[in-house]
Design a protein. Structure first.
Length: 755
């Protein structure tokens, strides 16, 4: 049979990490925000970073002359790039957004009383985009030429690239709008895509990549038919300018979702790792190399898929999504176990896999590379630690009721007696500001410049300061402040068996901020207690209750790269048992409240409705397994920092935590209504202080939020706390805000006492 290689015969990727191999873009952004470099220096640093990436992609074997290389590289966020490109200024800032970087930072970071655009998770990933704010008066035009400029810039670097932009259906589906449905603005938005395409065509472009993942997700606010219609209109507008369209959906199963668009586009890029190929014989970019994990591709299996497809329709090799979700380069890791390294592929290695697969489809098989892939797959399956008998036996022998605590009424009674807290108790979510001094001490300790005892003393001094500060502020339930944690997931991974942490594996989380997701490669267990020392130390310094602080199983999985050889639910249960061991040790050390954070519970919610019940069953089950061993008198808290409470209200109830703190300040306590409607009957702390902004909440603002809360939630259930941890805040604003919070709680307490 004949095979056809599709539009990108040398293979293509759908996006590449943009933060820089050594986080050059982070440093440039933060230097510019600090005023240490001017606009010209920032632009030069950003340009150099983009060009270095293009050169790297060419060196790795992608073709430079046929639009195989995507051209993007946002300063801050790719959805913000679309907002700026089409001049979709938020209504509240109309006429007040300056041109250039100042305007970009105003939208991204806010200034004074002008809040930034809201940040929210990009689909089911740990990347946050800036939510477009639209209204009935929003007009779109080609207001900014950055996308064209970057195409031209790539050309100067010798690359005839493929400009990438979020497509109109996804842009509108992910936007919010006052008084209208964003999708109803499509007729206005689509012509702006046409104008962009004309400008790109004039600059010599041949292809445009429209990212339309909304087509494979079930999102509120638009039907599939509406999304398809808008995506079609966007593609047709681009084609009308003489350009070819690559419609990139990625992120799940495109089958049954994109077929009606086949005649409107020139190729569709689909995720064949998490989904299957759409029906039809139209050209595909077959996403056989995983864009979201770090495991080496099984090249034999991928090649089989590609050969099968390319005998039936024009097929180019690609990644399943943009590679922005994985670190740059495995070669930068010098301390990972060699055997583990042989199983892995970061972005650069994935590009090489794409190139090798494209060559193989064309008949040029790199035998050594294929043999190495085969060996890695086999070695991983048999390696010690991937299956740990003790972990497996423990899970297999779980008794009936291993996920159940005593009834809440009984726990509540015992906890009230044990804790003796005032009504409307005040607390924080766990972290206090991670000062530069702490991070520098940790870096010096890692480099061997500060010994372990010296580092430990720096941390203990910080715990002392944080406890004293909380006592002085008059908070009721104290925390140790988490100074020992580089990150709330990585720190746990570093103390569990079955995980490996990277040195340079940074992945952008938002703007200039990144995390280093750990690699969960084997069966998970906890060799010894690792939080008890810090929390018990804090407790030894005060007569108030100190809350132990753990990260929950779902969040540990969501923010790591997780093994793909068993169901996530099985892995979650292993992590749960490791956490259960830590809770038992905290209790033995006299800790009476333990918080188990699950901020990623919503993030991992499948994009497709039909997959949600099974997910909620295993995720809630893992949390319950982690916490069910706690004595009835031990108060279990959980924390979720997002405001879409409605979507998972039953799951939150199912967690059976005694107290749940949840983000609420930014949405002005919108969650209290669904809480009331649900008849939620356990402790709840709707956040009253928005920690995403340096703003200090004023007394009357806090009073109003608390009045809303006390109006809807029974007094005996209500807690007073910020929205989330304080690690990204500075001390000045933290102290001022917490002072106002404690005072507002005291006023609210008086008000409820007289009822
Ligand atoms: C709550 N959030 C988290 C998410 N995911 C996580 N894995 N963790 C989270 O907390 N997802 C949802 C949100 C996302 N929010 C954030 C918030 C903040 C950050 C952030 O601040 N990231 C830091 C890096 C944090 C870290 O790992 N620090 C390390 C290393 C610090 C470092 O860069 N050291 C320097 C040397 C020290 C120096 O001289 O200053 C170096 O290595 O070069 C540590 O503390 O040890 C960031 O800067 O991006 C991310 C997501
Ligand atoms: N305990 C963590 C939760 C963040 S979601 C913190 O306070 O930073
Ligand atoms: Zn949080």
């Amino acid at each position: 049979m004949t095979t056809t290689t599709g539009p990108f015969p040398g293979g293509t990727i759908l996006g590449y990490p943009r933060i820089g191999r050594r986080r050059e873009l982070k440093r440039a952004l933060e230097s510019h925000w600090r005023g240490a470099i001017d606009d010209a220096a920032f632009h030069e640093a950003a340009r150099a970073n983009r060009v270095a990436d293009l050169e790297r992609l060419v060196a790795l074997g992608l073709r430079a002359d046929d639009a195989s290389i995507p051209v993007e590289a946002a300063h801050y966020d790719h959805v913000l790039d679309a907002t700026l490109t089409f001049g979709a200024v938020p209504p509240r800032l109309r006429g007040r957004v300056p041109a250039g970087l100042a305007g970009e930072w105003l939208l991204a970071r806010g200034e004074g009383d002008d809040a930034p655009l809201e940040m929210t998770k990009w689909l089911d990933s740990n990347y946050h985009y800036l939510v477009p704010e639209l209204d009935a008066d929003t007009a779109f035009s080609l207001a900014d030429t950055r996308i064209v400029d970057r195409f031209v810039e790539a050309g100067r670097a010798g690359v005839h690239g493929r400009p990438v932009i979020v497509g109109p259906a996804t842009y509108l589906a992910l936007a919010k709008a006052e008084g209208i449905r964003p999708i109803d603005l499509a007729d206005r938005l689509v012509p702006a895509y046409g104008a962009l395409a004309e400008a790109l065509a004039a600059a010599g472009a041949s292809w445009v990549q429209l990212d339309e993942p909304a087509l494979v997700a079930d999102l509120d606010g638009a039907t599939l038919e509406e999304l398809q219609a808008v995506a079609r209109a966007g593609a047709e507008a681009v084609r009308a300018a003489g350009l070819q369209v690559l419609l990139h959906v990625g992120h799940g199963d495109a089958a049954g979702r994109v077929e009606p668009l086949a005649d409107a586009v020139d190729a569709i890029a689909v995720d064949l790792v998490r989904g299957s190929a759409p029906a039809g014989d139209g050209p595909l970019v077959a996403g056989v190399v995983h864009g979201r994990n770090v495991w080496r591709t099984d090249l034999d299996a991928a090649l089989d898929t590609l050969r099968w497809l390319s005998e039936r329709r024009p097929t180019s090799v690609g990644t399943s999504t943009s590679l922005q979700h994985v670190p740059h380069d495995l070669a930068a890791e010098t301390s990972l176990d060699e055997r583990l390294v042989s199983w892995l592929a970061f972005a650069d290695q994935k590009v090489e896999e794409v190139v090798a697969l494209a060559a193989a489809v064309a008949g040029d098989v790199d035998e050594a590379r294929f043999a190495a892939s085969r060996a890695a797959v086999a070695d991983r399956a048999a390696a010690p630690g991937v299956r740990d008998g003790a972990v497996r036996e423990r899970l297999a022998a779980l008794p009936a009721g291993a996920r159940d605590r005593a009834p809440y009424a009984e726990r509540d009674e015992q906890q009230r007696a044990a804790l003796d807290l005032p009504p409307l108790p005040t607390t924080t979510i766990g972290s206090f500001p991670q000062t530069g001094d702490i991070r520098v001490a940790r870096a010096r300790n890692a480099r061997g410049e500060l010994d372990d005892a010296g580092y430990r003393e720096v941390l203990r001094a910080e715990v002392r300061r944080v406890v004293e500060l909380q006592e002085e502020l008059g908070l009721d339930v104290l925390v140790h402040g988490e100074p020992e944690r580089n990150d709330m997931v990585q720190y746990f991974a570093e103390h569990f068996d079955g995980f490996a942490a990277t040195e340079h594996g940074w992945v952008q989380s938002y703007g200039s901020r990144a995390t280093r997701p750990s690699i969960l490669w084997g069966d998970v267990s906890r060799p010894e207690a690792f939080t008890v020392e810090w929390i018990a130390y804090a407790q030894s310094l005060t007569s108030k209750v100190v809350k132990g602080m753990l990260t929950g199983p779902v969040t540990i999985l969501a923010w790591s790269f997780v093994r793909d050889d068993q169901p996530l639910g099985d892995t979650a249960d292993q992590v749960a048992l490791a956490l259960a061991d830590e809770i038992a040790d905290l209790e033995a050390a006299g800790i009476r409240i333990v918080q188990v954070d699950e901020p990623a519970l919503r993030e991992l919610l499948p994009l497709r409705v039909e997959a949600r019940p099974a997910y909620l069953a295993w995720s809630v089950g893992a949390f319950r397994l982690a916490t069910a061993g706690a004595a009835p008198a031990t108060q279990i808290h959980t924390h979720l920092c997002y405001s879409e409470f409605n979507t998972v209200v039953d799951a939150i109830d199912g967690l059976d935590a005694d107290v749940t703190s949840i983000e609420a300040a930014r949405s002005k306590m919108e969650i209290v209504e669904p809480l009331q409607a649900h008849g939620y009957g356990r402790g709840i702390g709707p956040g009253v202080y928005d920690i995403h902004s340096p703003r200090v909440p004023a007394a009357d603002e806090l009073d109003a939020l608390l009045a809303t809360a006390t109006g809807a939630i029974p007094d005996r259930l209500l807690w007073v706390n910020p929205d989330c941890g304080l690690k990204t805040r500075g001390y000045d604003e933290t102290v001022a805000s917490l002072r106002n919070l404690v005072e507002a709680a005291a006023r609210a307490r008086e008000a409820v006492a007289v009822r």
